[in-house]
Design a binder for this molecule. Sequence first.
Ligand code: FAD
Length: 386
Amino acid sequence: MAETAEVVMIGGGIVGASVAYHLAEGGCTDVLVLEREAHLGRGSTGKSMGGVRAQFSTEINIRLSLYALDFFARFEQATGCPPGYRPQGYLFVATREKHMEYLRANFQLQRACGVKTVELLSPAEVLHRMPHLRSDDVLGGSFGSADGFVDPHSVMGGFMQRATEKGVHLWKGAEVTGILKDANGIAGVETRRGTVSTRKVVNAAGPWAAQVAALAGVDLPVQPLRRMLVPTEPFPLIAREAPMTIDMATGFHFRPEGLGVLLAWNDPEETPGFKTQFDPAFIEKILTRAVDRVPCFESLEVNPKRAWAGLYEMTPDHYPILGPVPEVPGFYLANGFSGHGVMHSPATGKVMSDLILRGHTDLIDATALNLARFAEGRMIHESAVL
Ligand SMILES: Cc1cc2nc3c(=O)[nH]c(=O)nc-3n(C[C@H](O)[C@H](O)[C@H](O)COP(=O)(O)OP(=O)(O)OC[C@H]3O[C@@H](n4cnc5c(N)ncnc54)[C@H](O)[C@@H]3O)c2cc1C
């Protein structure tokens, strides 16, 4: 075989880049990243809203996020590239008592996990943070001041740049078409640019993860699910420093973007599939929710041509699948982020490099996120709103 590498990464999105970076930081630089496209960021990473938050309702998500928020704050120091981290906060707005109860329970858990930047808000405090809300039914909310947004493309680029500076190799236009196995497990990969001999392969193929896993004979429950985002024309009423604001009743959320606003809503009627076309009918659906919560959005102007669609990589319990596949020695999974792959990319890189290089990690209980949890009935339950 012409090429060899200690570790081969399939996929050069934000997750593959972070795993490559963390492997290199851990002393393993004989890593080859294989990306099918001619440019990085063509998958989910380039379509993301870039939201990052520690306000979750389970310890495992909070721990993954705490690593991320700390990492994004020192990202430029670590990689030499600015990540575009804007800690402008996430403002959850509750209009139902069950949502206030959810926020109160989350607040206790977040505090117990060491999140110091979250506070519960009265209705007046919610309005202070976002004065344009329709407030007649607001019961309160929560605000996390370290939460906010990053530029996913810059984070991906920063990880990859530092990884390659340390010796990691990146092949673009190198689709993986086969995974080779022998009696010892993984033996190599076949790509459009030739065959690579390796004993360790990491599946970081985003929404295409199940197809890549199938090449190794592994059945991976990751499904693509379309998500659409709508940027608006300039809208000065919403401050540039405004937080990500979430109407918990509908799931509608928005944040400032450029001189306008970026609108998001996860349509519950969306069905799985590789659908990446933006559906113009979505604009009326999202604007209905937008105006209902923020009446001044009635005067928003939207150019449908600037709106876009991308793919979430969904798992049955909406938690990622991380770690080795014992049935195929040398095959590792970093998949299924279910809408949180940008914010959880730093921790994923650390967990994966720990598992690959040391066989264990101290960051989280990695067995909770392994593939076997589905067959063993250990799915994680979370009543998430986003
Ligand atoms: C509209 C939208 C909004 C989002 N908002 C947020 C948010 O606010 N916060 C957040 O944390 N997350 C968000 N996400 C989710 C986040 O973007 C993803 O979870 C994350 O980008 C996944 O990164 P990845 O590297 O695993 O996948 P990708 O970025 O898709 O990268 C996978 C790469 O693998 C390559 N590939 C696939 N098959 C092969 C093959 N056979 N050979 C070689 N290469 C291959 C692809 O070309 C691709 O570049 C959002 C997603 C969408 C769509």
